[in-house]
Design a protein around this ligand. Structure first.
Ligand SMILES: C[S@@+](CC[C@H](N)C(=O)[O-])C[C@H]1O[C@@H](n2cnc3c(N)ncnc32)[C@H](O)[C@@H]1O
Length: 253
C-alpha cells in the first residue's frame, strides 16, 4: 500500500492512497473509503433520469470534509447525551453514505440504516464491505410513503434529514412508533434560517425553531426533550459568509 498524501481538514485527518481510496480517522480508528468518484452507479441508475438528487451526489458525498466533520461532531454529541451500550439496536433515518453511523458503530450492537436514495445506499454498502463491518444493515425505506417496519429500536438518530420531510408531526409520530420503550430519539438538523442554506427551489423546511420542534415532539409522546448546539456550518467567504448552527435534540420515549 503506497501513501501519497496526508491532508488535514479541520478535525479530519485523511490519508489518500496512490492506488485509489483513502482512510479517514473516525472515532479513534481508520475507516477505509473506497475511491467511488469514478464508479458507475448500479445498473440503470446512470441512464435513467434521477428522481432523487441525492442519487447523483452520492459518489462524491464523502469528499466534503465539512460533512465528515459534521457527522463526527454529532456522534460526539449523541455519545455525551445518551447512555449508549453495545447491546442497543439502533436505527439511522436518512443515513446517506452512513457517515454518522460509522462514527457510532463501534459503540452499538445492531444498526439498521435506512434511506430513500438507492445511490446513497449503494455507496454505503461499498463502504461496509470495504471495512468488513458486520453490525451495519442498510435498507431502502421512505418513512413518508412506505409502511412502518415491524422492528423496534432502542435508539433512533437522524442527521440533516428532517428538514427534507414536510410533515414533521407525521415523521415524529412514525419515529415514536419505531422506538422501543424506553428509547431515545436524536435529531440533528439546521436551526431556523432565512432560506439561504438551500437557496431557491427548495421546498422543505428552512431549519427548525427549537421550541416549535420540541412542542411537536411532545405532542406525539416524547419527553425529557433537550437541545444542544453540536456544529456550525459556514457558507460563503469573509463578510459574505453566513453561519448555520446545527442543533442536536435528544428526546426520550
Ligand atoms: C442531507 S442528506 C444527509 C445524509 C446523511 N445523514 C449525512 O448527514 O451525511 C439527507 C438524506 O435524507 C434522505 N432522505 C430524504 N428524504 C427521505 C425520505 N422521505 N425517506 C428516507 N430518506 C430520505 C436523502 O436520500 C439523503 O440521503
Amino acid at each position: 500500500m503506497s501513501l501519497a498524501v496526508e491532508e488535514l481538514a479541520g478535525a479530519n485527518l485523511k490519508l489518500t492512497l496512490l492506488d485509489g481510496g483513502s482512510y479517514t480517522a473516525c472515532s479513534h480508528r481508520w475507516i477505509a473509503w473506497p475511491d467511488l468518484s469514478n464508479r458507475t452507479l448500479p445498473e440503470n441508475m446512470e441512464t435513467l433520469p434521477s428522481t432523487n438528487h441525492f442519487d447523483a451526489s452520492a459518489r462524491t458525498w464523502d469528499c466534503d470534509p465539512v460533512k465528515r466533520a459534521r457527522a463526527l461532531a454529532v456522534a460526539e454529541g449523541i455519545r455525551s447525551l445518551v447512555p449508549i451500550t453495545p447491546h442497543m439496536h439502533a436505527l439511522e433515518y436518512g443515513c446517506g453514505t452512513g457517515l454518522l453511523s460509522f462514527a457510532l458503530q463501534p459503540h452499538l450492537g445492531h444498526i439498521s440504516l435506512v434511506d430513500s436514495s438507492a445511490g446513497m445506499l449503494a455507496v454505503l454498502e461499498e463502504k461496509i464491505t470495504a471495512n468488513r463491518i458486520t453490525n451495519m444493515h442498510p435498507r431502502q425505506l421512505d418513512l413518508v410513503t412506505d409502511p412502518l417496519p415491524a422492528e423496534r429500536h432502542d435508539l433512533i438518530y437522524t442527521l440533516m434529514t428532517c428538514h427534507h420531510i414536510k410533515d414533521t408531526t407525521g415523521l415524529l409520530r412514525n419515529l415514536h412508533a419505531l422506538l422501543a420503550s424506553p428509547g431515545y430519539l436524536c435529531i440533528a438538523d439546521l436551526d431556523a434560517e432565512d432560506g439561504s442554506f438551500h437557496g431557491q427551489g427548495f421546498d422543505g423546511h428552512n431549519g427548525f425553531d427549537r421550541g416549535a420542534l420540541a412542542a411537536c415532539a411532545e405532542s406525539v409522546g416524547f419527553r425529557d426533550i433537550r437541545f444542544t448546539t453540536v456544529f456550525r456550518m459556514i457558507k460563503g467567504e469573509g463578510s459574505d459568509s453566513t453561519e448555520y448552527p446545527i442543533f442536536l435534540m435528544v428526546a426520550r420515549k
